[in-house]
Design a protein around this ligand. Structure first.
Ligand code: S3P
Length: 429
């Protein structure tokens, strides 16, 4: 396995970058574009491994998808014209592809088998296959459809009224895709609101969906119409540079065209609470997904508390927020984040153990962590554990640490941010 030396000296980060397209929105754009009959075009698509897996799956269903860098043209016969795939639909490391496609396939007319890598094989799927079964979906798999591989026989579905037991946009979206094909009106209730890209994109594709007050209502039998989608930059990728800019002396970093959907901007609230110097300049676009330029400058930081409805708004940023908290004065407490245990890796254990190797004081708890700072991090050898966000957290840790840091298995960073190290190097002064 590859090991990479992360040698960045003691320089600061200065300059501007445009982070790659939003992962959640890129997946959804391919899915809606494949369900809709006709020609959908996408710009700003994230050509990371996860989203490329989504493209492969829909190509296997007979959808014509042409990619030119970050531009896509999707020509689809529509979901009722899909071909039955002759091999498994391989979703790689992508939880979003795996969970959302189950909801899409359940209401299709084809038989298919969905399977991914060894991390996907460990991730809980009952949260999706359970509600889909209540809608009449025919999905079978290991341990009563708890784990991949999962075989889906598409067919007619009925509407559902469902109270979400966990705040999960993946589960919500799978149900919404199925509900779009179901007979009757579905109602989904969320205690804490998760990212709402699916609801917004449905409207862009001409689907009527009501949402508000923690409730979503969708009438079944609606067909999306092909449109153009412009994907903003991914705030979850920007997060690594926000943290680096805030923590490294003398830094000033500008991040352009970052998606600012309020269900995703929890990290900006946390940075403010920690005393970070971040300014937000919103662009005027008229798009349903807000976007803008973020500027971060180094400043002194203080500890904070992160819990409750804030958690789904920054769930993927917690590894790098935890790293930042090691540099803040005082204690940072993260609670209500037990979902981190079932991400690409157990991210609570991964963060505490990997940053612990550099001397960080992080106490893992069942649903979060307690971080005491500030601590001068020293050098060491970290392991990404095949988790892109742990890999990028390690790279930011290397910018902060006094001694040399090496990273085992940095390749997984290409899952969400193939040009991460190029962008990082372009900012180093
Ligand atoms: C995602 C939702 C989140 C997030 C993941 C992407 C999505 O997962 O962690 O990276 O695109 O819907 P959960 O829905 O499981 O919380």
């Amino acid at each position: 396995m590859e090991r990479m030396k992360l040698e960045y000296g003691t320089g600061s980060l200065r300059g501007a970058i445009t982070v790659p397209g939003d992962k959640s929105i890129s997946h959804r754009a391919v899915m809606f574009g494949s369900i809709a009959e006709g020609r959908t075009t996408i710009s700003g698509f994230l050509a990371g491994e996860d989203c490329l897996r989504t493209i492969d799956c829909f190509r296997s269903l007979g959808v014509d998808i042409v990619r030119n860098g970050t531009d896509l043209t999707i020509s689809s016969p529509g979901i009722d014209g899909w071909a039955e795939p002759s091999d498994i639909l391989y979703t790689g490391n992508s939880g979003t592809t795996t969970r959302l496609i189950l909801g899409v396939l359940a209401g299709s007319r084809v038989h298919s088998v969905v399977s991914g890598d060894s991390s996907i094989a460990r991730r809980p799927m009952k949260r999706v296959t359970g509600p889909l079964a209540l809608m009449g979906a025919d999905i079978r798999g290991r341990d009563s459809a708890r784990y991949t591989p999962l075989a889906v026989q598409g067919g007619p579905l009925s509407a559902i009224e469902y109270d979400m037991p966990v705040a999960s946009a993946q589960v919500k979206s799978a149900i919404l895709f199925a509900a779009m094909r179901a007979e009757g009106e579905s109602v989904i209730r969320e205690k804490d609101v998760s990212r709402d890209h699916t609801e917004r994109m449905m409207r862009n594709f001409g689907i009527s969906v009501e949402s508000g007050g923690g409730e979503i209502r969708l009438r079944g039998g609606q067909k999306p119409s092909a449109v153009h989608v412009e994907v903003p930059g991914d705030i979850s990728s920007a997060a690594f540079f926000l943290a680096a800019g805030a923590a490294v002396q003398g830094s000033e970093v500008e991040l352009e065209n970052v998606g600012l959907n309020p269900t995703r901007t929890g990290m900006l609230d946390v940075l403010e609470a920690m005393g970070a110097d971040v300014s937000v300049r919103e662009s005027v676009t008229g798009d349903s997904e807000k976007r803008g330029t973020l500027t971060v400058r180094h400043s002194d930081l203080r500890g904070t508390e992160i819990s409750g409805s804030l958690i789904p708004r920054l769930i993927d940023e917690i590894p790098v927020i935890a790293l930042l908290a090691t540099q803040a004065e005082g204690v940072t407490v993260i609670r209500d984040a037990e979902e981190l245990r079932v991400k690409e890796t157990d991210r609570i254990a991964a963060v505490a153990e990997e940053l612990g190797k550099l001397g960080a004081d992080i106490e893992p708890t069942p649903d979060g962590m307690v971080i005491r700072g500030p601590v001068r991090l020293h050098g060491g050898v970290l392991h990404s554990r095949g988790d892109h966000r742990i890999g990028m957290m390690a790279a930011v840790a290397a910018l902060i640490a006094d001694g040399p840091v090496e990273l085992e298995d940095p390749g997984c960073i290409a899952i969400s941010y193939p040009a991460f190290f190029d962008d990082l190097k372009s900012l180093l002064r």
